[in-house]
Design a protein around this ligand. Sequence first.
Ligand SMILES: *[C@@H]1O[C@H](CO)[C@@H](O)[C@H](O)[C@H]1NC(C)=O
Ligand SMILES: *[C@@H]1O[C@H](CO)[C@@H](O)[C@H](O)[C@H]1NC(C)=O
Ligand SMILES: *[C@@H]1O[C@H](CO)[C@@H](O)[C@H](O)[C@H]1NC(C)=O
Length: 386
Amino acid sequence: MGDMQILPGSRHRPPMKKPMWIVVLVSFVIMFLTCAYIYRLKNRTACNMFNTRGCNTIDHWFPPVPAREYTDGEIAAHVVFRDILNSPIVMPENPKIAFMFLTPGSLPFEKLWDNFFQGHEGKFSIYVHASKSKPVHVSRYFVNRDIRSDQVVWGKMSMVDAERRLLANALQDPQNMHFVLLSDSCVPLYNFDYIFDYLMYTNISFVDCFKDPGPVGNGRYSEHMLPEVEIKDFRKGAQWFSMKRQHAVIVMADHIYYSKFQGHCEPGVDGKNCIPDEHYLPTFFTIVDPSGIANWSVTHVDWSEQKWHPKSYRNQDITYELLKNITSIDESVHVTSDEKREVQRWPCLWNGVQKPCYLFARKFTPETEDNADVDFGRILVLIQEL
Ligand SMILES: *[C@@H]1O[C@H](CO)[C@@H](O)[C@H](O)[C@H]1NC(C)=O
Ligand SMILES: *[C@@H]1O[C@H](CO)[C@@H](O)[C@H](O)[C@H]1NC(C)=O
Ligand SMILES: *[C@@H]1O[C@H](CO)[C@@H](O)[C@H](O)[C@H]1NC(C)=O
């Protein structure tokens, strides 16, 4: 019945003027779409013409803007990285954690570490990269664990080279499944078993990583790193990482991004201001495996004083309350260095569960060589109380 009413009406519509009207309309639509598309390709100024919501709607009308064409080197590298990351993890019968110490010389807290490792033989291996003087070891676990080392200059590629040297040495042991980088001023915040389980029973690497649009973040980016390193992928993060074996292997395999940082980071030289140990690994993982890293470091450091160096804890600062405070943090916080000082907060999720973020802390300084003994004795007692 309804059909009967509609059909006659459409049949009797006036047929004239139709072609002209359609041609004008179609031309107008084509012109509009072409303009919008060109605007969108050109640094997306379309977003200024329409409001942001309108801009997003328009974005959906078009196929995505094609990614740039990758270079031969990038294609080859990504195939290798993908293959390593996708191969199944074969856990050895006795998996170990490699503790890699990056230090100028002797380790002031070696006795503390000795106590930490005691009774856990077979579940760890130690590597020491001493860049200035040959360390005097007081712990049997550290004797003969020095690797061939070279000079390290803060802010230069030699720092990353030392990290890679430690990884290369530690990777030689097929039982090492997780690799932790520690400094001479680091102390553990928990007993061995807690730290072992925390690192071993997750598939994530704890590499610190955030986007800082400010002067000490993106301000250090150089367009000489193009095309491989784009500013959208440039990241910042603390140097002290821990990573799973597959990630350690791809860091070894990387030449393409490494050479970009090697060639274009030289603090003090105009336009080469990036600090490789703060930018190379976060940027590398953002490009090759962004979801494989936690985006925070398991080593705590206090930058709240906003000085050039982080807060250093002296003997009198090391209290039960301080350690309790550090171990109760379960949110990672990053602050951008631009005038907005935007605070980025994420819960520290371990296999999906919110947990304390930190397993180690720095910077702890023994007052003098002599009372280092007193110092670590106190720290040990405090840790046991936690
Ligand atoms: C880690 O990955 C392995 C192999 O891909 C898987 O068997 C295991 O369940 C994962 N572990 C966690 C904690 O997700
Ligand atoms: C870390 O941040 C990246 C974005 O830069 C994100 O893709 C990734 O999922 C984050 N990792 C975790 C474990 O949430
Ligand atoms: C511990 O945290 C509390 C609360 O944030 C703070 O008031 C106190 O000063 C902290 N103590 C130390 C020793 O850092």
